[in-house]
Design a protein around this ligand. Structure first.
Ligand SMILES: C[S@@+](CC[C@H](N)C(=O)[O-])C[C@H]1O[C@@H](n2cnc3c(N)ncnc32)[C@H](O)[C@@H]1O
Length: 301
């Protein structure tokens, strides 16, 4: 005779397991007679008592809720909860869940999700690059970068009056992308420094200004009769600066202009120095103003 294959019930799929009654059938019958109930009720009470003991070890608070009779299906379902799911079920009960069956459905869903993630991790190719690159306008950058996922933003937006609106977009992006206490370092021009500071300060907290010296690159600004040989690098933070934030030396010197690929290009060595001053291993760093990366070399970010 061929036996039909075992089809797991919905409860079994969610992890609910039948645990056998450990007392003998004769004992159950004897106790049932004394108590005036059926042997099945005695078995259930025994299994419930055992399961309650396990629950009590995991969470006395959850066991109390069950004992008060607030979890309606505890008598019929608590003993079906496998040991590895008991902590989860206990947590659900203390958080207000009042059905063991529902708690186990959530646990089953979590297990399925976990298995799926493990499978995906096996089949997906491992990242080979230490960076990810998205080509988009700064106004869309939040769609590519998860909220509160970045430790540090280092960027060099365009400096002209017509580009001032980008600083507002940058600050809004920083509020979205930075973790609490995350740092936003912004190189800018001197002429619109006041406007840039005001814009960034609407969303972030000002910490300091670093001086970025450009000795080999003296710009003569005729309308103001100024020969410029430095740039401000503004240091802002989202929320409060962490007590263990890195010490930062606040003067950087750019060795020589490097305009081999782009008229706005920074000297790679100096910009790398700037990034390094704010970073340590494992940090996520982002530069959201590098739209031209595709056809020109980007910064050290
Ligand atoms: C001063 S340059 C930065 C140069 C960079 N630090 C380097 O060394 O190559 C400013 C950058 O902002 C980019 N940019 C301008 N408007 C943008 C926007 N709306 N969204 C994203 N990037 C933008 C420009 O394409 C340019 O790459």
């Amino acid at each position: 005779m061929k036996l039909a294959p075992h089809r797991p019930s919905k409860d079994e799929k969610n992890g609910l397991k039948l645990s056998p009654f450990s007392g003998s059938a004769a004992t159950a019958k004897a106790v049932a007679q004394i108590a005036g109930v059926s042997p099945a009720t005695v078995k259930r009470a025994h299994q419930f008592g055992k399961a309650l003991e396990v629950l009590e070890q995991v969470s006395p608070k959850a066991a109390e809720v069950v004992l008060r009779g607030e979890v309606k299906d505890a008598l019929t379902n608590l003993h079906l909860v496998p040991a590895e799911a008991m902590s989860f079920v206990a947590e659900q009960i203390t958080n207000g869940e009042r059905s063991i069956k529902r708690a186990m459905e959530k646990w089953g869903a979590l297990q399925r999700e976990k298995r799926l993630k493990e499978k995906m991790a096996e089949v997906l190719p491992k990242p080979t690059q230490p960076f990810e690159l998205y080509c988009c306008d700064i106004h869309d950058a939040h769609k590519f970068v998860a909220a509160e996922s970045v430790d540090l933003i280092v960027t060099d937006p365009p400096y002209g009056r017509e580009h001032l609106h980008l600083y507002d977009a940058l600050a809004k992006f920083a509020v979205h992308a930075l973790k609490e206490g995350g740092i936003c370092v912004v190189m800018c021009g001197v002429r619109y420094l006041r406007e840039v500071m005001e814009t960034l300060s609407r969303h972030l907290n000002y910490v300091w200004t670093l001086t970025y010296l450009t000795p080999g690159q003296h710009n003569k600004l005729f309308p103001f009769r100024v020969i410029n040989a430095w740039k401000p690098v503004l240091y802002f933070v989202k929320g409060e600066l962490a007590e263990d934030a890195q010490w930062v030396f606040d003067v950087i010197e750019s060795p020589q202009p490097e305009k081999t690929d782009h008229e706005w290009q920074q000297n790679l060595e100096a910009f790398t120095d700037l990034v390094r001053r704010f970073t340590h291993k494992g940090m996520v760093v982002c530069d959201p103003l590098l739209r031209d990366w595709n056809d020109r070399r980007g910064s050290a970010c």
